[in-house]
Design a protein around this ligand. Sequence first.
Ligand code: ASP
Length: 349
Amino acid sequence: MTNNNNSRILLIYTGGTIGMCRNSSTGALQPFDFSQLNSHIPELAHLNTQIDVHTFNPPIDSSDMTPQLWINLVSDIAKVYNDYDGFVILHGTDTMSYTASALSFMFENLTKPIILTGSQLPIGQPRTDGKENLITSVEIAAAKRPDGQAMVPEVCIYFNWKLLRGNRTMKHSSDEFNAFKSFNFPNLANAGVDLVYHEANIRRPDPTKPMRPLMSIDNNVIIFSIFPGIREDIIRHVLTTPDLKGVVMRTFGSGNAPQLPWLKEAIAEATARGKVIVNVSQCMQGCIEMGRYSTGYQLKEAGVVSGRDMTVECAVTKLMCLLSQYSDIDTVRQMMTKDLRGELSEQVL
Ligand code: ASP
């Protein structure tokens, strides 16, 4: 890895816990002034990296994240893409995995790092995890290989000493510092005394192709979970919603659902009407295999598409991106099962 002298990083603060500090006179938490970043976090000066700051106005709690704000983020980054070596996005933890997944599909052939991070405790609080998460994210965003290419040209989440592929993550804890996990794909890097990159796990862009930003999302989709006691009238109501185009269906185990004749029939009718129904497991680890049990096979017969080992966050954002790009439903169904950004294992690991 080369030294990151003279690197230029754009830091985008969207909101969230990380950007809070304590007012010295009142003791109350208030938004941190990111234009004064170096005086608040003097350690950043040791990285020899120029950091420019862009702040959402107003900053948002990440529960208020929207597809339009994802498009704004993509457009903000695309406009200055050639001016920076990498990008760090400070984001609330609640929907960080959705944003990381969406952005991974909204940048085709990404050649620079986009590192999302945040914290469980505000940056201005003793015992904060925000400082380390921020400092190491900047270091990763600036890191280059000896050939001058970015070390990690991917959309990632850095949190609690681990660099994870963004579209493989989920927030699994609301109170541990170790808030994010990637159950179905190994870490891209680990931070300890040294920052160790696991190069075999990192994707490389095609150098012959330019980066292409995609700036559309189709949110005519729904996520629903199968559970014992699921009702026909409610499911039929959902599946016949006007304008509905796609469903992420969270099933049991390796992709199984109750053998209720009405359920198979309602799903088969919806797929025949052109809805894309994607099967994703309620288990955090493992892969959909609709051929393993007859409770799964019936879904395959009804036209359900396998989400393989994708997270729910990834499946729904991928579906929204594909629906906005392709009007041909069979293309969307086929692309859902293809590995586009390292988000699913075509060969189970
Ligand atoms: N509710 C906050 C958010 O997601 C929590 C956090 O920042 O971690 O914006």
